[in-house]
Design a protein around this ligand. Structure first.
Ligand code: CA
Length: 360
């Protein structure tokens, strides 16, 4: 009897294997995993939306079509500022955004996008991949059932678009400006009013006078939104966002449902997308800046040194205050500031010394 049972079971087993093979053959035609990626950007927006598209396409191509990802622009499935919750709840498997949008979840999120007078793109990637930053980021998103990855970096941003000249810190008093994250908190300390607005709402708000000033990203992205039509002066440098990291987070359960090889593909595709964005922005900002200044006659202005110096002092206080919010914020702050101290010493005699030498 036992032997017969075994043979029968084996028969059923091989039938099941046959069915699985048939399924896997048909899977080449239709993907095994159909995912949704919600983003905080207008659909196909140059640089940010297109990075999400590139990432989705890379994952499909690298997996031989086993994962297919549908990318949604802001508001198509959920609004820009609900991307985090949507992926946390499993409404979508992936989200593409900037971590500082989630400071309401934890103040510590801001260290993984941009810190005023913080790390440059090169330094940020060094901290994340080789300085302990990524481990802390994973720990931070774990309670939300999310796995974070860095998926892009804009490089140093611009200080923003203003309709009044900024000659002293007092010129920021009473200024209603779209500026997210810790930079917004610094503006508040300087007497201004920070406003949080998704990218897609900046132009109308600036043109209608609902806000007096706005930062967005840099020439490439700002030209795409036509911000030069809504404000006169274009200030630099982006002290508040010296190397902003964009993120792609993945629902933990969706990730664990993938076979190991596909998990590696998803993670590595994010890493490629991270490098790709910095290269794209570095190349395209040059060209867009030329168009803004020469074609659209934008008035390009540096923030005065004294204003920057005072903003830096306020920034150090604001960033220091984040450490006092909760134990996780303290842990991230300590790791970040220790890394910054060390990398500044190195970059003073490498990157900075070289850039200075090149100008001699
Ligand atoms: Ca920005």
């Amino acid at each position: 009897m036992k032997r017969r049972d075994f043979i029968q079971k084996a028969g059923v087993g091989s039938l099941a294997v046959g069915a699985a093979l048939t399924n896997s053959k048909s899977a080449n035609a239709s993907p095994q995993f159909k995912w949704k990626m919600v983003t905080a950007w207008p659909k196909n927006f140059p640089g940010l939306g297109t990075n999400a598209n590139l990432l989705a396409k890379m994952i499909t191509d690298m997996s031989g079509g086993r994962i297919k990802i549908k990318v949604y622009g802001a508001k198509e499935l959920v609004p820009a500022f609900e991307v985090f919750d949507a992926v946390s709840k499993g409404v979508a498997e992936m989200g593409h955004s900037g971590a500082y949008y989630w400071k309401g979840k934890s103040e510590a999120t801001q260290f993984f996008s941009a810190v005023p007078f913080g790390l440059t793109a090169q330094e940020m990637n060094a901290w994340l991949y080789y300085g302990g930053g990524m481990e802390l980021w994973r720990e931070l998103y774990k309670p939300f059932g999310l796995i974070p990855t860095a998926t892009g970096n804009t490089g140093v941003q611009m200080a923003g678009w203003f309709n009044r000249e900024i000659n002293a810190l007092s010129d920021l008093k009473g200024l209603k400006m779209r500026i997210p994250g810790l930079g917004g908190e610094v503006l508040k300390q300087a007497g201004g009013t920070p406003v949080s607005l998704p990218g897609g709402e900046i132009f109308t708000s600036l043109q209608s006078g609902a806000i007096d000033a706005s930062e967005w990203v840099g020439p490439y992205n700002d030209l795409a939104f036509g911000l030069y039509k809504a404000a006169k002066y274009y200030y630099y440098p982006g002290w508040h966002e010296p190397g902003t990291t964009l993120e792609c987070f993945i629902n933990e359960k969706a990730m664990s449902d993938l076979p190991k090889d596909l998990q590696v593909i998803v993670k590595q595709a994010c890493r490629i997308a991270n490098q790709d964005m910095l290269a794209e922005y570095t190349a395209r900002n040059n060209k867009a800046l030329h168009t803004l200044v020469n074609k659209h006659k934008v008035q390009l202005k540096p923030l005065p040194n004294d204003v920057l110096k005072r903003l830096k002092k306020l920034s150090d206080e604001v960033v220091g205050d984040v450490a006092a919010k909760d134990p996780m914020s303290k842990k991230v702050y300590q790791s970040f500031t220790k890394f910054r101290e060390q990398v500044v010493a190195w970059h003073d005699i490498s990157e900075r010394a070289y850039l200075n030498a090149r100008k001699l």
